[in-house]
Design a protein around this ligand. Structure first.
Ligand code: AHG
Ligand code: MN
Ligand code: MN
Length: 349
């Protein structure tokens, strides 16, 4: 049997070796998250069976298994992190407030944020869902951690990643030394290196956006999306016209575009004036990965990683993916905005 495969543990350790001052705490925190996502993956794989097994009486579907999967994913992540002594505070899309480490456990130097199950409406139709995570070094000096530890701009992330529970389970993460992808081998329960140093194409094949919101976008965004299709009647500079792909799961849509090249957009609109996606759990971690893969991410005006969050559940418009395509959208929004009103003050409208 050949043993040249690289497990995620070995890969993380190799990267840590480049930093003699590293204590191993971040590496261990990344393993904790891997374990949580393997447990979530197992629950998702059985999701469609729970009712069948319950009805047949083989499986008792009381309690945990009846929980919605996003609650189960949330509890799994919290349970895998809270006792480790590596975390001082957590934040989750599923919890209104910051999540302290229970008093019986020690605290560590990291703040962890997550979207436990992204695209959860896809579960019922057996499509891709994911988990997104983001790690910051704490800024409070001691104690249990505070809201200041999680309200940091994305450029301060020390690591970020996502796991996509698709036809196979894949984990993509970065610690600022490139973005790397691993595929879960279910027979041995290990993530194996499958996509080292992902570089996303400069110009993509796809655009991914919920176009049913088109009538509610500003003129600049409407012109930009028409431009992505090849319609340049506004007299704008062009991009290579694109094909459309949208499954309504950020992880799934982002992952496809990262590998094949493309742009994902969730603009602000007249109903969601600050956009829909959350800065801390969705936009910032994905922006870190995109930039590490030589792509980019903006809210239409500002680089996502520069935005200073004011609230835990803050939303943001998001335009992310292949660098030239993101540039085209930002330029178009600006040009049309200037043409119409002299100045643009609202991002991505
Ligand atoms: P979540 O399931 O974590 O709430 O996230 C859903 C998000 C994101 O994954 C996706 O890109 C977007 O919502 C889809 O929204 P629309 O249905 O409005 O297109
Ligand atoms: Mn989400
Ligand atoms: Mn979610």
């Amino acid at each position: 049997m050949h043993t040249s495969v690289t497990t995620i543990e070995r890969f993380i350790l190799d990267q840590e070796d480049r930093y003699p001052e590293a204590t191993g705490e971040l590496s261990n925190l990344l393993y904790d998250i891997c374990l949580a996502t393997k447990i979530i993956a197992a629950s998702i794989r059985r999701a469609g069976l729970v009712n069948i097994l319950g009805a047949s009486g083989i499986q008792n579907v009381q309690g945990e298994e009846q929980q919605k999967l996003d609650i189960l994913a949330n509890e799994t992540l919290k349970n895998c992190l809270k006792h480790t002594g590596r975390v001082c505070i957590m934040g989750s899309e599923e919890d209104d407030d910051i999540i302290p480490v229970p008093p019986e456990y020690p605290v560590g130097k990291y703040a962890v944020l997550f979207d436990p199950l992204d695209g959860s409406s896809n579960i019922d139709v057996n499509s891709a869902v994911g988990t997104i995570f983001s790690i910051y070094r704490r800024v409070s000096m001691h104690g249990r951690g505070t809201v200041a530890d999680v309200l940091q701009p994305g450029c301060k992330q020390v690591a970020a990643g996502y796991v996509m529970y698709g036809s196979s389970t894949m984990l993509v993460y970065t610690t600022g030394q490139g973005a790397h992808g691993f595929t879960l081998d279910p027979t041995i329960g290990e993530f194996l290196l499958s996509h080292p140093r992902i570089i996303t194409p400069r110009i993509g094949k796809y655009y991914s956006v919920n176009e049913s919101n088109f009538p509610r976008w500003g003129k600049g965004m409407q012109a930009a999306v028409r431009g992505l299709k090849g319609d340049l009647t506004e007299g704008l500079n062009g991009v290579v016209p694109k094909n459309s792909r949208y499954i309504g799961s950020l992880v799934g849509d982002f992952h496809r575009n990262l590998i094949s090249g493309g742009i994902f957009l969730y603009p602000a609109d007249s109903k969601n004036q600050r956009g829909k996606l959350r800065l801390l759990y969705e936009a910032s971690p994905m922006a870190f990965i995109a930039e590490q893969a030589e792509g980019s991410a903006t809210d239409g005006v500002n680089r996502i990683l520069d935005i200073m969050p004011e609230m835990l559940h803050q939303r943001t418009p998001l335009v992310i993916g292949s660098r030239e395509d993101v540039g085209f959208v930002a330029d178009t929004v600006r040009q049309v905005g200037e043409r119409n009103s002299g100045a643009v003050s609202q991002p991505a409208l």
